[in-house]
Design a protein around this ligand. Structure first.
Ligand code: SAH
Length: 290
């Protein structure tokens, strides 16, 4: 029987702390930035059809760091264009951080932000009820499809909002990452049933509906060395993030703790570099649209 763990989603302040630590200890945002600076500009250059105003949407935007990077690249490609940017994000804390970041970032006058404090499915309902025929030039779903009930249906909905030359960017962990092995082995014992174990390889609807897309690998790792030092505060927070369980080290039975720790440092999930244990956090980006 699964142990009665408390999901990290229920403890907002611990979730935020462990998420920030994850960002600090991983190359998650670094690999996204490389992609945004090196690969995305050409893709952004092809959208908009010469229109003076672009409609852009970020879903599950978090604190907006990545969104603002994308918007900056879009602005470099289309300096005369004004942007309507819809943000869809259910977390009050994240939205607050995003707004603070916007207020501190210079030269964003070309963007008009609309804040939608809602989940993707609430947004879908809201959009349909308001019957907004508006079409989008660029939509991104970055590291958020784990939190929706039906990831493929969510992709189809947002894809249906695109202009003919619009693009949808999806970023998820890769099937080759350590996450996939961790979820496959321990998701049920950890009680993580509300999280979808979804990787880019699971978005099959694009192939079955013959929708054109391109795929890119974003190499990334998390330094999880501290997870193996009993009682280490950083290690415990990282373990919470990896298992999505509040105070996993304190609450897990010994055999489960040992099993998870062994898997985390197994060559299927991690490699050792200069004495540090580096968990494979490779991501993949799908860019949907012609
Ligand atoms: N895109 C950001 C944040 C990823 S974390 C980045 O890559 O840094 C996942 C985000 O999805 C969190 O901000 C979380 O609040 C949000 N989220 C959780 N459930 C969601 C849902 N059902 N619909 C939309 N966003 C959701």
């Amino acid at each position: 029987m699964a142990a009665p763990f408390r999901s990290l989603a229920e403890d907002t302040s611990r979730y935020l702390k462990s998420f920030e630590l994850f960002l600090d200890r991983s190359s998650e945002h670094q690999c996204m930035q490389d992609f945004i600076h090196n690969t995305l500009p050409d893709i952004l250059g092809s959208i908009g059809g010469g229109r003076p105003v672009f409609n852009v949407m970020g879903v599950g935007s978090g604190a907006g760091e990545i969104d603002l990077e994308i918007l900056a690249q879009l602005h470099m490609k289309h300096p005369q264009v004004k942007v309507n940017n819809e943000v869809v994000e259910p977390s009050t804390d994240m939205l607050h951080k995003y707004k603070v970041l916007v207020s501190k970032t210079p030269n964003l006058d070309y963007i008009n932000f609309t804040w939608n404090k809602m989940t993707a499915s609430e947004f879908e309902k809201h959009w349909q009820e308001k019957n907004l025929g508006k079409k989008m030039d660029f939509i991104h779903l970055i590291q958020m499809l784990y939190y929706v009930k039906d990831p493929e249906a969510t992709v189809s909905f947002f894809q249906s909002l695109l202009e003919k030359d619009g693009k949808l960017l999806i970023i998820l962990v890769s099937g080759e990452s350590g996450w996939r092995k961790l979820w496959r082995t321990y998701r049920a014992s950890l009680g993580n049933t509300e999280i979808q174990c979804v990787t880019t390889g699971d978005i099959k609807t694009l192939d079955t509906k013959d929708i054109p897309y391109s795929k890119y690998v974003l190499q990334s790792h998390i330094d999880i060395t501290e997870c193996f030092t009993e009682g280490d505060e950083v290690g415990e927070l990282l373990l919470d993030f990896l298992t999505h369980v509040v105070e996993f080290s304190k609450n897990a039975p010994e055999h489960l703790k040992k099993g998870v720790l062994d898997l985390l440092r197994h060559p299927d999930c991690s490699k050792e570099v200069d004495g540090r244990i580096m968990f494979n956090n490779n991501l993949e980006a799908l860019v949907v649209g012609l």
